[in-house]
Structures are given as C-alpha cells and as structure tokens.
Design a protein around this ligand. Structure first.
Ligand SMILES: NC(=O)c1ccc[n+]([C@@H]2O[C@H](COP(=O)([O-])OP(=O)(O)OC[C@H]3O[C@@H](n4cnc5c(N)ncnc54)[C@H](O)[C@@H]3O)[C@@H](O)[C@H]2O)c1
Length: 247
C-alpha cells in the first residue's frame, strides 16, 4: 500500500539531487507533490516527469516564499507536509569567506528553511496534522575539518531550528531533520569523484561503509520521517551518512 496516499507535500529544491529523488519517491508512494525551486526549467522538467506541480521560488525571499507556498497549497487543495531540501554550498574557510557569502549562505540554507516553515505551518495546521523534514547535514553535527564555515554554521542552525520549531508546532506537526553525509549530486560533483571518475578515496576513508551515498538513500529516510511509521518522532537530527559521524 502507498505510504503517502492522499498526502499533499511541498519539496523545496526538488529540481535536483536529494530533493528530486524525494519528489520521485513521494509520487511513487501516492503523494501529490509541488516542486518549489529557483530553477524554473529544471523544476518543470521534474514536475512533468513525475506528474507534480512546479512553482518558481527563491526560498531566501519572504515574498517569493509566501506566494509560492500559497500557490502550491491552492493547487493541491491543501497541504500536509514540507521537505526543505533547497540549499547552496560554500566551501571557503574563515579568512576567505566574505560577509556577503556568509549572509547569502545563511539566507538560503537557514532563513529559507525558517521562511518556508513559517509560510507552510498554517496550511498544515488547517489540514489537521502533518510533517516537516529539513535537510541539514552531517557537518551540522560534526564538521569534517577546517573550511566551509558559512555552510557548517547554516546547517548547525537548521538542526537547532528543527528542535525549537518541533516543540512549538507539536502535536499537530512533527518536525525533524536529516543529516546527510556526502551524497552524489550536482552540489558535490566537483569533489565526490577524482579526475578519472573514481569515487574520492579521501571521502570513502571517512565513512564506515567505505563509500559516499546516493540521493535515493536520503529519499528513503525522508520518506520514513514523513510517513506514519515515524509517528512518535519529532525534533530529531537523523544522520544518514554511512557511519561518518561516529567513524
Ligand atoms: N549532496 C550532499 O553531499 C549533501 C550533504 C549534506 C547536506 N546536503 C543538503 O541537501 C540539500 C540538497 O542538496 P543536493 O545535494 O541535492 O544539491 P543540488 O544542488 O543537487 O540541489 C539543490 C537544489 O536547491 C535549489 N536551490 C538552491 N538555492 C535555492 C533558492 N534560493 N531557492 C530555491 N531553490 C534553491 C537548486 O536550484 C537545486 O535544485 C541541501 O540543503 C544540501 O545542503 C547535501
């Protein structure tokens, strides 16, 4: 039986990578899906492929978020859940991270997550109950090393935001985060494989399972936290990282 039958879900960042894999899986599990992404063409391509709705949205822009969430909820006849997967990477360390890069990284990854939750919560409350899953990162629990200061700060923020909001929105809305390790997507294509196309040995060495992950492996965890199978879970930060955080 479909695990999300009748559910109406917004997926930000659904045009690529983890968000796209989640959109595909959620449709296969019976949900209606609205893909909210700043990339119009890619969002439309995914929506056309799986039978979803595409809505252009910059999650860092409050007006864009409230208009897009309202449009998606109207098109689906309501809203039962959100997956916040939109995000950007910035890899520089403290000396090379400008104030603008720091602010933009937080604006998309952290403020964007906040804005979408704020806009979506009244619709989910009106539906009676629902779920929110935020994609944080393993580096939000434990950085892998020096660098990526803005990204790490934004993802630590997503973990804390999730815990805070989960208390405020309970019991109607369960709010959890997923903390991926290295997953092969457009975001990581520059470093997840070496020049010959082989998986990076340096990354593989950091993981108990000896490899990086695939977007579908994250989508499965996001499905679990969205489905009723996780009905007694809220406020958690779930590592899905091949054993990196303890390795
Ligand atoms: N890939 C990894 O190894 C990894 C690891 C940990 C966490 N994450 C997180 O997972 C999430 C998904 O990343 P991914 O690897 O699938 O990357 P991706 O680049 O493949 O997809 C990110 C999507 O977000 C969209 N996006 C970016 N900025 C946006 C904005 N301002 N408004 C709306 N949409 C926007 C992009 O257009 C893209 O479709 C991100 O939050 C990322 O930080 C990824």
């Amino acid at each position: 039986m479909a695990r999300l039958a009748g559910r109406r879900i917004i997926i930000t960042g659904g045009a690529s990578g983890i968000g796209r894999a989640t959109a595909r899986l959620f449709r296969a599990e019976g949900a209606q899906v609205a893909v909210l992404d700043r990339s119009d063409n890619a969002a439309k391509a995914v929506a056309d492929e799986i039978g979803a709705i595409a809505v252009t949205c910059d999650v860092a822009d409050p007006a864009s978020v409230s208009a897009a969430v309202a449009k998606a909820a109207e098109a689906m006849g309501g809203l039962d859940g959100v997956v916040n997967a939109a995000g950007i990477l910035s890899e520089a360390g403290i000396a090379d991270t400008t104030a603008e890069v720091f602010a933009r990284t937080l604006a998309v990854n952290l403020t964007g997550t906040f804005l979408v939750i704020q806009a979506a919560a009244p619709f989910i409350q009106a539906a009676g109950k629902g779920t929110i899953v935020n994609i944080a990162s393993g580096v939000g629990l434990m950085p892998t090393g020096p660098g990526s200061v803005a990204y790490v700060a934004s993802k630590g923020g997503v973990v804390a935001l999730t815990k805070s909001v989960s208390m405020e929105l309970a019991p109607k809305i369960r709010v959890n985060s997923v903390c991926p390790g290295a997953v092969e997507t457009a975001m990581t294509s520059a470093y997840i494989r070496d020049a010959s196309g082989e998986p990076s040995a340096a990354i593989a060495k950091r993981y108990a399972l000896g490899r990086h992950g695939q977007p579908e492996e994250l989508a499965a965890a996001i499905l679990f936290l969205t489905s009723d199978e996780s009905s007694f879970m809220t406020g958690i930060a779930l590592p899905v990282d091949g054993g990196r955080t303890f390795h």
